[in-house]
Design a protein around this ligand. Sequence first.
Ligand code: DX5
Ligand code: ZN
Length: 225
Amino acid sequence: MEITPSILTADFTRLGETLEEAVAAGIDWIHMDVMDGNWVVNRTVTFGPALIRSVRDRLGSEVTIDCHLMTTNAEETWDQFADAGADLVIAHIEAVDDFPALIDDLHTSGVQAGCVLNPSTPAEDVLPLLPTLDLVLVMSVVPGKGGQSFMPEVEGKVRAFRTAIDEQESNGGRAVKLMIDGGIKDHNAAMVAEWGIDIAVVGSGLINDRGTIAENLAAINAALE
Ligand code: DX5
Ligand code: ZN
């Protein structure tokens, strides 16, 4: 299981150094939490396309950048993140009116399409989209900030997606990555890997004042052994 940092708990005045520290530790995927101050529960604003552009310019093309859009208008703004250098745009099923059209728009622009669902949203709301998605992101916290407690009740949903994706891929269908986001630490990483997660987003578990990114990543990877 791959680990990708969310930068929400980083010191944004040192973000460049933090990102290079992550890459030096072996990270090759960055998870960018875009919040528009409206859609998420605590009305937080984080950053927009300009930061994605800066991250892309600083890290180059070797690193995968996904944009987790916690916004009300992903259908109108997805292209700003694509133009800024995002490899994937991951939008919330709860916030998008016509998801198939958004997937088409993204694919037409050469960007991968991800769909993310809140802890309370059933897998059935996203399963019909699997044949055209590149990634499904299961939230294991309520979106809005880092450092929250993991919600184990999403296990059934993760396993349902794992089963459906495996079946689709074994029948020659599109490959779909399964990602989880929220509350992942060294003590629960092996559990979600066993559930069938391909990529885990880790924010406060990787970027904190208890250790370097390399040390924190090593602890998580050791737990995955
Ligand atoms: C929450 C974000 C998550 C969060 C993860 O709205 O989508 O990516 O930053 O942070 P931790 O790992 O600290 O829960
Ligand atoms: Zn996120």
